[in-house]
Design a protein around this ligand. Structure first.
Ligand code: SF4
Ligand code: SF4
Length: 306
């Protein structure tokens, strides 16, 4: 018997809502006993897409997080239900029985993920079933997975070491959306947003983009180094939440810049203007002399060549 699970790769989700629409297409006006009664035309999202804006102008990022039922192994909804209204199938899919759950409105708040919806007309709680009726007919994945154009959703048998979902689970990159709930979720994520620190370096003497400057980020037990791109921009992603860091910007011939930051929120440092170190008089003379000598040498060589 398969044990089903899903891995959602946030870095691939572009918020197109295809998964949400496929879910509504499958369930609005369609009953699939004994797993689900039809979904109302409005008010329910068995696959929610949560849009989150990160950072502040001019450094803003948007992240989309698809959130279905997590089909938890230690599901709080099952514990809250009476009369066997919610149960787990042998393949791990958590089902709300549309008959036995009649009138149990309290189940809506039994799930901390808020993925159970109340059907006012039918007086039943409802949620994602991983398209159990289709899997029973031999489908390999639920409708949402079938329609995702970017491959952000991977579904399959967790017990099959060769399945895509099992391989992703072993990649060491997956995490649950809310580990603090402790529900042993069977839906996991890759690329959940953390914190970023970003900025733009400008060379003060020329007012040009500070390309190629070295930027060092240091926090407790962590050190990262990067270089600014041709716009002078730099960014450190996937940083820990609420952690103290020190950012140092260096470029030869300019005074280094240092700042302490905390990742309570995403941080955009704005324009960091590096000041030119004034050249000492003797060094300046020496440098001009060297330049002239070099020019002379070049000319001499040029003469020789022609
Ligand atoms: S996510 Fe919520 S509704 Fe789904 S199985 Fe877990 S506790 Fe139940
Ligand atoms: S279909 Fe795929 S890309 Fe589109 S919102 Fe859903 S998970 Fe994201």
């Amino acid at each position: 018997m398969a044990k089903y699970g899903m891995v959602i790769d946030i870095t691939k989700c572009n918020g197109c809502f295809n998964c949400f629409l496929a879910c509504r297409d499958e369930y609005c006006g369609n009953d699939f006993p004994p797993y689900s009664a039809s979904q109302p035309m409005t008010g329910q999202s068995w696959m929610q897409i949560i849009e989150k804006e990160r950072g502040k102008y001019p450094k803003v990022k948007v992240v989309y997080t698809p959130v279905p039922c997590m089909h938890c192994d230690d599901a709080s909804c099952i514990k809250a239900a009476t009369g066997g209204a919610i149960y787990k199938r042998a393949d791990g899919i958590v089902i709300i029985d549309p008959k036995k759950s009649q009138g149990q409105k309290g189940l809506v708040s039994a799930c901390p993920y808020r993925v159970i919806f109340w059907n006012e007309e039918k007086q039943i709680p409802q949620k994602c079933t991983f398209c159990a009726h289709l899997l029973d007919q031999g489908w390999k994945a639920p409708r949402c997975v079938e329609v995702c154009p970017t491959g952000a959703l991977t579904f399959g048998n967790l017990d099959d070491a060769n399945s895509g979902v099992a391989r992703l689970m072993k990649s060491g990159k997956v995490e649950v959306l809310h580990p603090e709930y402790g529900l042993k979720e069977k839906v996991t994520y890759i690329g959940l947003p953390k914190r970023f620190i970003a900025g733009a370096v400008v060379f003060g003497d020329t007012d040009e983009c500070g390309e190629g400057a070295k930027v060092t980020l240091q926090g407790k037990g962590e050190k990262r180094v990067t270089k600014t791109d041709n716009y002078g921009d730099f960014e450190f992603e996937r940083l820990k939440l609420d952690k103290a860091y020190r950012v140092k910007v260096e470029n030869a011939g300019y005074r280094p810049y240092e700042i302490e930051v905390n990742t309570k929120v995403d941080v955009y440092l704005g324009d960091i203007v590096l000041a030119r170190i004034p050249m000492a008089k003797s060094t300046k003379m020496k440098s001009i002399k060297t330049k002239r000598t070099k020019t002379k040498g070049t000319k001499a060589k040029a003469k020789k060549r022609y």
